[in-house]
Ligand binder design. Structure first.
Ligand code: PRX
Length: 642
């Protein structure tokens, strides 16, 4: 049984933290009783506006209509860069740590300004205007941040696609939001391995007739195909591009970015975030959740292709004038000490990573950690999936030396920023619990009929009140936005997660309630993987479920029915695994493929995934109600051949 951690002791953390428990209580109460007043105060404190708002919030969950700070004007890149220049021109904004140790550099706020302006001017030269969508498919190098901020500067809407996605996935995302410009690099490098980003882009845009420009950052300088009608060498334009570019004046509700994420059905959806509310929410959560104070060196290990990279590598920290570390590599290259060596090298004080990375490093033992000092650390964080108490305790004791609080932050692509988390100076820590709502966040648990559950209870996690960082729509499909999040429980935002509240009011996330998998913190829809499998000519039908995986949290388990006459061989399993990687990306590779001559279905033809999940988890004794199965022998066959 793991224990409650009351007082992390380093430098008397609680005394020096920004928010103690009484302050949390007072601010939380204020944020719930009069949210508009609370958010107006924070908006004045955290953000520089060209023009104030007419109304703070106008929200109607029954219509899926969400607006914050209507009438106000701002520019997000101005907020992340220009306004810091009078005092911080020479302070480091970004520390870049390359894949190979010893390859690092510091970028000051002045340099960031100049680089972003150059980038913005180059985009303008290529015809990019306010409102245009720009796709960014990049490795983790500073240019990914410059590209995002350059879009924000000129009012273009960026859509970052994770560099691990396949050409096919990139193509669907480019087409869905009709991006006409793609920003990429010749190659990415991770753990010494090259990732052919330009080649992938070429394959993707072969199916995107509207793409007129591919802006290529030459990073490894290895040769790639070159089409001079479309391809533009970024570095060639760089020197002559001006380091001045006036920020576009944007409405608070103008779109800032689109980020695709997986749902339980269909293609990934383009989550749309707007300017004013998003940047305020990213900034305020970054400050309070990470107890960010002047002089901190802050490192979030996420990739820019995910929401964590957007909000907590770039937008939140830069809006607060922080120093943020951008890491190109992986936790175990060249050795399992890498994370901690980087911490020592750059005196990182706040470190934010995913449970899957912690579990993978924990499996390699304490020695790689013990070889390093980590004495600069004062706060640790996790995100992306539930953290099991064993991994939490290891992170706390071995990595943090029992001196650093851990913030277990629960949130989603849709929420823009952290919604449930302990505040490090305000709450006793319970390993495995995301703990308490952030300011302005009103979580509730509902039963299946939508009735609120009080006290100790478990149910569907919903939000009863909007917050400024909430997504505004699914790009191009507002009905899908309503149907996905607001139709199950009218008047509430449904997160898709289940949760439990304990006697102290702490919230414990129990995981997704829909057909969304969380594999190493990466979100994948079972439907996407099934669609990829059935594209293979030898596959008749496929059903995909998750199963408990020691390192990844959840692994992908695929039941595959082959076309009549096709032989069930191990080499075909390999082929199908590679096929999925090619269709979606390596993160979607099934861990296990089981041949299924038939799938368990109800008499109306619905696949009974509940049963498939049990079989995948090796829980044969308790398959639940099987009386509605059309053909019970199917289940018998599957359990026998597990
Ligand atoms: O199931 C929850 C899980 O990740 C989902 C959101 O995934 P995504 O949009 O990719 O964003 C991940 C990074 C914010 C949630 O619905 N999740 C995220 N954080 C936690 C978590 N589950 C448990 N504990 C967390 N701290």
């Amino acid at each position: 049984m793991s224990q409650v951690h009351l007082h992390p002791t380093k430098d008397n953390f609680v005394e020096k933290s920004l928010v103690d428990n009484p302050k949390y209580q007072a601010m939380y109460q204020a944020s719930i009783t009069d949210p508009d007043r609370f958010w107006a105060e924070q908006a004045e404190k955290f953000i520089s506006w060209y023009k104030p708002w007419d109304t703070v919030s106008e929200v109607d969950y029954h219509q899926a209509s969400i607006k914050w700070f209507e009438g106000a004007e701002l520019n997000v890149s101005y907020n992340c860069i220009d306004r810091h220049l009078p005092e911080k021109a020479n302070q480091t904004a970004i520390i870049f740590e390359g894949d190979e140790p010893g390859n690092s550099r510091h970028i000051t706020y002045q340099e960031l300004h100049d680089e972003v302006c150059r980038f913005a001017n180059i985009l303008k030269q290529r015809g990019v205007k306010k409102g245009d969508r720009v796709c960014i498919y990049m490795p983790m190098i500073p240019e990914v941040g410059y590209a995002m901020l350059a879009c924000a500067r000129i009012g273009a809407v960026h859509s970052v696609v994770f560099g691990g996605f396949s050409p096919e996935s990139l193509k669907t995302r480019i087409l869905d939001s009709d991006c006409k410009v793609v920003i990429t690099a010749d190659e990415g490098v991770r753990g010494g391995k090259k990732i052919p980003l330009k080649k992938n882009t070429d394959e993707a845009i072969a199916g995107c007739p509207n793409v007129h420009t591919v802006l290529v950052i030459k990073h490894t300088n290895n040769a790639t195909d070159w089409n001079s009608d479309i391809d533009v060498d970024y570095k060639q334009l760089h020197q002559s591009a001006s380091t001045e570019c006036a920020p576009e004046i944007m409405q608070a509700e103008d779109p800032l970015f689109i980020l695709y994420t997986s749902g339980s059905t269909g293609q990934p959806k383009g989550v749309l975030h707007t300017s004013g509310g998003y940047i305020l929410y990213a900034a305020i959560t970054h400050k309070y959740v990470f107890d960010y104070q002047e002089g901190d060196i802050y490192w979030c290990t996420a990739d820019a292709g995910w929401i964590t990279g957007h909000s907590y590598i770039f937008y939140g920290p830069l809006a607060n004038g922080a120093t943020t570390l951008v890491f190109e590599g992986v936790p175990n290259y060249p050795s399992a000490s890498r994370f901690w060596e980087v911490v020592d090298e750059h005196k990182v004080s706040i470190f934010y990573t995913a449970p899957t990375a912690i579990r993978a490093l924990m499996a390699l033992g304490n020695e790689p950690v013990d070889l390093t000092s980590r004495k600069s650390l004062r706060l640790l964080g996790t995100v992306g999936e539930p953290i099991n108490p064993e991994a939490w305790e290891w992170y706390y004791k071995v990595v943090g030396g029992e001196n650093c609080p851990i913030v277990d932050t629960w949130w989603q692509t849709e929420t823009g920023g952290i919604l449930i988390t302990p505040l490090p100076g305000a709450h006793a820590l319970k390993p495995g619990s995301a703990s308490k709502p952030f300011f302005g966040v009103k979580p509730m648990l509902l039963d299946n009929d939508g009735h609120p559950l009080e006290g100790e209870a478990a149910g569907s996690l919903v939000m009863a009140q909007s917050w400024p960082g909430q997504m505004r729509t699914v790009y191009g499909d507002h009905k899908r936005f309503f149907d996905t999040y607001f139709s199950q429980f009218p008047g509430y935002y449904f997160t898709g997660d289940g949760a439990r509240r304990d006697a102290d009011g702490y919230i414990w996330i129990t995981g997704r309630m829909d057909d969304v998998l969380n594999v190493s913190g990466h979100r994948l829809g079972t439907a996407e993987i099934e669609s990829a499998l059935v594209l293979h000519p030898k596959v008749a039908e496929a059903a995909v479920v998750g199963f408990p995986h020691e390192i990844k949290g959840e692994g992908i388990y695929a039941y595959v029915t082959l076309m009549i006459g096709v032989e069930q061989t191990d080499s075909l399993k390999q082929e199908l695994t590679q096929f999925v990687a090619k269709e979606i990306g390596p993160i979607a590779k099934p861990e296990v493929i089981q041949w299924a001559p038939g799938l368990p279905k109800t008499r109306s033809g619905k696949i009974m995934r509940r049963i498939l999940r049990k079989i995948a988890a090796n829980e044969f004794d308790n398959l639940g109600d099987t009386s509605t199965l059309a053909d019970p022998s199917v289940v018998e066959h599957l359990t026998k051949n597990r």
